[in-house]
Design a protein around this ligand. Structure first.
Ligand code: SF4
Length: 203
């Protein structure tokens, strides 16, 4: 496995950004519990990269050869909302397709901001939300979110995403306790794409 502090890594024809290890949840299926990274990259950060460091590393890649650049990694990107906005603007001004993978706790992290609107304005195309469960109780059991009413607020954020004109995707992990069919129905109700993630860290 490569050395620690991987900020940028490649897989599936995409470029992935790992800008933080902080998170708003503590999911029982989180890869951080079982591994140091994915695809041979060590995603443990000794320290978070600065905005300038992320831009510098992005500049060293031929970005046009990737399908998309994705905020993901071993943490919740939106704990660094202002940097996510700046990095996304930098990328989209160069014609790069950008996706955000998020726990969806933005309305709890930033109750006084229109996060969906700000992300849309930065040029973000797709937001992939970790739906993770068919109801709040299962969600709380699986994800141990740092906030109360996290499931409801995540669904409210999903509505904001759609209203802001971005493409919405819901994902779940294929676990026995997750009712995939019910989750699929929720996705249909929100007119979201739906994806079942393997229990392996693949996107
Ligand atoms: S939201 Fe993602 S990074 Fe955070 S604990 Fe859950 S699986 Fe891990």
């Amino acid at each position: 496995m490569n050395k620690k502090d991987t900020i940028i890594y490649e897989a599936h024809g995409n470029l992935y950004l790992n800008i933080t290890n902080r998170c708003t949840a503590d999911c029982i299926f989180c890869l951080k519990r079982y591994s140091d990274g994915v695809y041979g990259y060590n995603l443990r950060l000794m320290k978070e990269p600065t905005l300038a460091e992320v831009i510098k590393q992005l500049s060293e890649h031929e970005l046009s050869k990737y399908n998309e650049v994705v905020f993901t990694g071993f943490g919740e990107p939106l704990v660094r909302l202002d940097d996510v906005l700046k990095i996304t603007k930098w990328l989209t001004s160069r014609g790069i397709h950008v996706r955000l993978d998020t726990s969806g706790h933005a309305k709890l992290l930033y109750p006084d901001r229109n996060v969906a609107g700000e992300i849309a304005d930065s040029g973000m195309k797709v937001v992939s939300l970790s739906l993770n469960a068919q109801d709040a109780d299962t969600y709380n059991h699986l994800c141990d979110p740092k906030y109360i009413r996290a499931y409801q607020k995540m669904l409210e954020f999903a509505k904001d995403i759609s209203k802001s004109g971005m493409e919405l995707r819901f994902t779940v992990v294929n676990l026995p306790v997750v009712d995939i069919e019910k989750c699929k129905e929720i996705a249909a109700k929100y007119r979201a794409d739906f994806k079942v993630r393997g229990y392996s860290g693949s996107d």
